[in-house]
Ligand binder design. Structure first.
Ligand code: CDP
Length: 218
């Protein structure tokens, strides 16, 4: 795995925020809410809703990306929401919305899983009630070897890659999205590798959170 770096509270106007680096991939997540949802016809009367917006900055990739919300951003925004939603007690704030904005400041592979880690930490920092952490990583196959945490080149040359998100205390997978050719045994092995990597990421993230908030209490 690449070096993981985490910083909390970088966006002071947000209710919670987190910057997560997996090697050269840098994701910034900012959380706003829960707040009353407008327009009113979008409200759910039994539950709150989570809205996620993933954006790849034009300068984040080698070949400048056209600014704006494209099809890939729509897909990845949904992927982040689906991975995170099971962990939030959304039913505790009916008619409300929690907004998450994720900006990829630098992309070198695995941006969606880096974004999921940043979103989870930003939600926790915002005090959103949660059942568990959601920790995420990518796994895959290159030159017939099973690997974890693919960077941009590895992603381009991989035979298969899987984006994995996991609630470590509940032992529940919330995202399993991938492509390529894998045998049943390889998939089993990759799930085991992904869980082990997520446990490591979880320890790093827990350490940063307890470091920040225990300092504030004392
Ligand atoms: O980033 P992630 O692996 O979640 O999604 P992807 O669509 O499989 O993209 C893989 C990688 O391709 C990204 O992490 C970027 O490094 C790169 N990419 C790029 O260079 N230009 C784009 N417009 C989109 C992605």
């Amino acid at each position: 795995m690449r070096k993981i770096e985490v910083e909390l509270g970088v966006v002071t106007r947000a209710n919670g925020s987190a910057l997560v680096k997996f090697g050269d991939t840098v994701a910034l997540a900012a959380v706003y809410g829960p707040a009353e949802l407008h327009p009113a016809h979008l409200r759910e009367y039994q539950t709150g809703i989570l809205r996620c917006r993933y954006s790849l900055a034009p300068f984040s990739v080698e070949e400048r990306k056209v600014p704006g919300f494209d099809r890939r951003s729509v897909e990845l925004s949904k992927v982040i929401r689906v991975a995170i939603e099971p962990a939030i007690f959304l039913e505790e704030f009916p008619k409300a919305v929690v907004d998450v904005f994720v900006e990829i400041l630098q992309a070198d592979g695995s941006t969606r899983v880096t974004a999921i880690n940043a979103t989870n930490l930003a939600l926790i920092s915002a005090g959103i009630p949660m059942r568990d952490f959601v920790v995420a990583c990518s796994v895959g196959k290159i030159d017939n070897c099973l690997v974890v945490d693919l960077n941009g080149i590895e992603d381009n040359f991989s035979q298969a890659d899987i984006n994995f998100a996991f609630m470590p205390n509940r032992n529940k997978i919330t995202l399993f999205q991938g492509d390529g050719q894998l045998t049943k045994n390889e998939i089993k092995e990759l799930i085991s590798l992904a869980k082990k990597s997520c446990e490591k990421i979880y320890e790093v993230e827990k350490g940063v959170l307890s470091g920040k908030y225990s300092r504030q209490i004392s």
